[in-house]
Design a protein around this ligand. Sequence first.
Ligand code: SF4
Ligand code: FES
Length: 744
Amino acid sequence: MSDDLVNIEVNGVPLKARKGQMIMQVTDPANIYIPRFCYHEKLTIAANCRMCLVEVEKAPKPMPACATPVTEGMKVFTKSPKAVAAQRATMEFLLINHPLDCPICDQGGECELQDLAMGFGRDIARFSERKRVVKDKNLGPLISTDMTRCIHCTRCVRFGLEIQGYPQMGTTGRGEHMEVGTYIEQSVDHELSANIIDLCPVGALNNKPFRYHARAWEMQQQPLVSPHDAFGTNLYAHTLRGRIMRMVPRENEAINETWIADRDRFGFEGIYSGERVTQPLMRVDGALQEVEWEAALTAAAEGLQRTIAGHGAASAGFLSSPTATVEEMYLLARIARGLGSGNVDHRLRQLDFRAQETESAYPSLGMPIAGVDLLEGVLIIGSNLRHEMPMLAHRIRKAALKGAKVAFLNPRVFEYMFPVAAYGLAEHDLVGNLAAVVHAAAAAANQPVPAGLPAGATVTDDHRSVAAVLAQGTRRAVLLGNLAQRHPAYSELKRLGGLLASLTGARLALLTEGPNAAGAYLAGAVPHRGPGGATVQPGLSARAMLDSALKAYVLFGGIDPALDLGAGADSLRSADFVVAATTHLPASLREVAHVVLPIGSFAESSGTYVNIEGRWQSWAGAAKLLGDSRPGWKVLRVLANLLAVPGVDYVSSEEVREALRSACGEGLTTPNGGAGGTAPGAAAGSAAAASATRGGAGGGGAANGAAVPTGPWIDIPPYEIDVLVRGSEALGKTKDGRLARDVI
Ligand code: SF4
Ligand code: FES
């Protein structure tokens, strides 16, 4: 669009506009209201509802404001008698076939048609013929339909084509017989599909699980942040009498724009699943029994003290779910280190930790989220991207549609809804294939092969085409996904990814597991760093804790040992003492826990997550705690007091957060473009990654001629990644909800 400015006048108010802009794109920022149904700023212009008709001087008839470009000297009238008459006429046409079922319609109270009919509708209909009826479609377990209400705005159709890249909805028939549906009846099953619920301006598409459970005006709205991945998607929880009824997007152009993933919308159902635990429990005579809080906390503290007195502090391990907040992780790490144990970790599914010493202060994307749209060359290694971080896949798709070259190096072929420039399939040897890509990149850049690269790589055309995407433009990135991080030789993959990034001038980005991996690093919930990256005596990693059969474990935040631990759960069974401070009590946790402390989920207490670009996002809690459960940070605070850990007398989660923020300092608490902060020892962001490439402490492995670790690793379906999504009935019924784990 041209930057040349033109002068227009709207309702007598002079405005400046860029040539090529539509009238509505100028009036919206100027807060001049024009009614509309089909226009949406994130979708292309369809101009098929005609609700936005306005009067334009010298035009022979009213013009659609969403599809009429501005011209120099144009005079627009949005409220003139001619404009209002056109808008009222459009409304009359729209209502000819729209059922007048507002009192029983599930969209009532939040329906754009209902709202506009108040302003532009007639008191009495002139149309006395029968209204048409359209058969409902079955779009699956997430979206309900009432297609008689459809006003053919095609927002849902355009969303599929333009945002998902998976055109599932479409129109059939013409005129009176036009219908919107899925052509052949099938469920709508993209990971962002349920956004059409918000887009539909009438009650044709609605939230199926929420349907008829509450009215919009009865509920309260509270801001939250998604607990399912590190993207940091902004949400609103709508609550009725303290219970979450639904989740909707909270607009944030810098992060999720106006969209959310389906698991962000329906994952909250897991808060109310049957596995939720709401009373403190203690094992008595081999069985867990309900007890008072005081008894459970005292037993937890005494059990830990007894183990440490008998076997030493290093015999206790503290594992946090990656969904815990920074406040909770900070307190958990303080307790562990206060007792003398450095064994604290949140990287439950990671198997290889050899590269951890060379990491930057926290794992990050290496750029702002909004910068992903502008990338020109991207290589994604070991990632089922749409499942791991659906909203990031959307951003990468935007970049690809703008012309970025995107390549993958993966153990499986996954489906992407955008043009993929090259796909390297590395089913059996991800490390060897990545090394070959580094060789290919070095040859393409006319640079020597970096020292320490495994010798004997066979470079094929596939490797060359994968490497070629990193020669595109100036904004390039190498992304290591969740699959790479669960790989038994993650250190090698990270080292090679760093080499590739250095060779090609790309940024190295890490797509971490869970919503708060960056926060966990900053809070000291890793064995090799204290809060704010402080130097500490290193303890055991999550895998080492489970491999070395410790005497006592504390499992915090909702961990299902059978599904969340990469290294298996046998050590938990043989431990003398296991405390579970948890939201849920699945069978595998019930089997091993000696004391169960029920805590609130992310939505039931205040907290903070640090997202993939280093942005701290706090919230105040939205729903009432269930039963006798308590906020996780409070439980840890009291436990710390009982264990005589000094300096943790915080009275609010805000105090905990501020204590951590001051330990982190300004450099680690403000979004810094996702550079990942400075690692202890002053190795900065990408420099730390680069040092890993030189075969530093963590990068040894292949560089030193040692065997590259091998073994099975897993691709986890998107609706199995945490206790909440696993407890969502609606997500469980979807196509992705029926996927099984893939052992690679
Ligand atoms: S179903 Fe809703 S969003 Fe789709 S065309 Fe009809 S009114 Fe528009
Ligand atoms: S909003 Fe302009 S025609 Fe629909």
